[in-house]
Design a protein around this ligand. Structure first.
Ligand SMILES: *Cc1c(COP(=O)(O)O)cnc(C)c1O
Length: 432
């Protein structure tokens, strides 16, 4: 399979080039040249298939030409060694719990898949000293860092905004040591993302260093996120509830929702999507006005969605050939202030006993407000509420129990290097 750039000014790349480069040389995002539809027989039997088996079938449609079957199967089975269960929350509303992986957020899926695929390519090429750059608003850093921890030949640099991620999130990528370096940037997430993007456009850096990116712009992180949409559908089908399915996706950089759009293109019978946002409502405004006005992100309690210029917006536009009308047929948008998010977490906990995290709360509430009578809603619960202990405890006025694998991170010692948001500081650091 070949990958083209959304800016259409770069040569086609094969999978290996797209994964190693991350961003295309014309600053566009790579897209698969072909999105294969899966046969009806697959959908007829999906309700009785395991997550791993479903995932392997879907992954073959993307990666089957580029990786031998056995290796791909190993990568898929090893990546998805945890469950993503669908849980009933309220009338016709289900939670797709994506937080049962090692760092308790959905980014484990893409992070683990990418780490395995990249190591495979690097070994094949006999490369050494590959530097993975990743900007994080909270959860990416931990998923990517834990995915790559201890992998030979790869060093991961996690850039995160100082003071703007939760204590637990921070502990998940600053305490690891080994081949993981945490860079604490005096700025916002957008500043971190800009530093990473600039690094790939810098002649001196790209000629001297083997750089790659592990943000959701990378196809190896982005595409595997389609896998759990299929499995979620399978679980609803098993319950006899797979009619007029609406996915509500808490969105920041729009990687997760775009993976869902691709699943739909592959034939998964999804009726429509809702992009659920916090006060960073650029996409909502775009749907209203057909104008895309990126702006600096606003800090919220759903901090992993504090994005003012969603990088995967380019992919959404590309999938729908820049047509607002076509986009609106498939996607609507809802957004919530911090106050609204707090109300939702509290109310839902009191009424249903289901504890939402601040991100999932946006997804859930969008369904509560928007679901039609004949629809089944499923929201992506993108992180475990305990990742935001202080915020959630403050809302429900009760202690939140912290899963053991989270507690283990909190015992480690914080190791981080402070940087300004000036590109030259970052550049000098990488070169030193
Ligand atoms: C990253 C993240 C999001 C946003 O996902 P995108 O793919 O960037 O839209 C939502 N919720 C949580 C908990 C996250 O970590």
């Amino acid at each position: 399979m070949k990958y083209y750039s959304t800016n259409k000014q770069a040569p086609l790349a094969n999978l290996q080039e797209a994964v190693v480069k991350g961003l295309a040389p014309d600053k566009g995002l790579y897209m698969p040249e072909e999105i294969k539809e899966l046969p009806q027989s697959f959908f007829d039997s999906i309700a009785d298939m395991s997550f791993q088996k479903i995932a392997y079938t879907v992954a073959k449609a993307f990666f089957g030409d580029d990786i031998e079957n056995n290796t791909l199967k190993e990568i898929v089975y090893d990546t998805l060694n945890f469950d993503t269960p669908v849980v009933h929350v309220a009338d016709n509303i289900y939670s797709l719990e994506l937080f049962h992986g090692p760092t308790l957020a959905f980014k484990d899926v893409g992070g683990r898949f990418m780490a395995r695929l990249l190591s495979y390519f690097i070994k094949k090429q006999g490369q050494k000293d590959v530097k993975v750059l990743v900007a994080t608003s909270g959860d990416t850093g931990s998923a990517v860092a834990n995915g790559f921890l201890g992998v030979d030949g790869i060093h991961v640099y996690v850039l995160y905004p100082k003071g703007k991620v939760s204590h637990i999130q921070e502990s998940q990528f600053t305490t690891l040591g080994q081949n993981i370096t945490a860079l604490e940037v005096d700025g916002t997430f957008d500043d971190c993302q800009a530093l990473v993007k600039k690094a790939f456009l810098d002649q001196k850096l790209t000629s001297k260093l083997n750089l790659t990116s592990a943000n959701s712009i990378n196809v190896a992180r982005f595409l595997p996120q389609s896998l759990y949409y299929f499995y979620a559908y399978a679980q609803l089908a098993k319950l006899g509830k797979a009619k007029n399915v609406v996915f509500s996706v808490p969105s920041g950089n729009f990687g997760n929702i775009t993976a869902g759009l691709i699943a739909k293109k592959m034939g998964l019978p999804i009726k429509r999507f809702i992009a659920a946002n916090n006060s960073n409502n650029i996409f909502f405004e775009f749907l209203q006005t057909n104008e895309y006005n990126p702006r600096p992100s606003i800090q919220t309690i759903a901090n992993a969605m504090d994005v003012g210029d969603p990088s995967n917006f380019a992919r959404v536009m590309d999938l729908y050939k820049n047509s607002l009308d076509e986009i609106k047929k498939d996607i609507s948008s809802k957004w919530y202030t911090d106050e609204a998010i707090k109300e939702v977490v509290k109310d839902t906990y009191n009424k249903t006993n289901y504890l939402l995290d601040p991100h999932g709360a946006c997804g859930y509430q969008a369904l509560v407000e928007d679901l039609k009578k004949d629809e089944i809603g499923i929201f992506l619960e993108t992180a475990h509420p305990a990742k935001f202990t202080e915020t959630v405890e403050d809302i429900i006025k009760e202690p939140v129990s912290i899963p053991e694998r989270l507690q283990a991170f909190m015992k480690g010692e914080k190791l981080s290097i402070e940087l300004s948001k000036e590109f030259d500081d970052f550049k000098n650091f990488l070169l030193s």
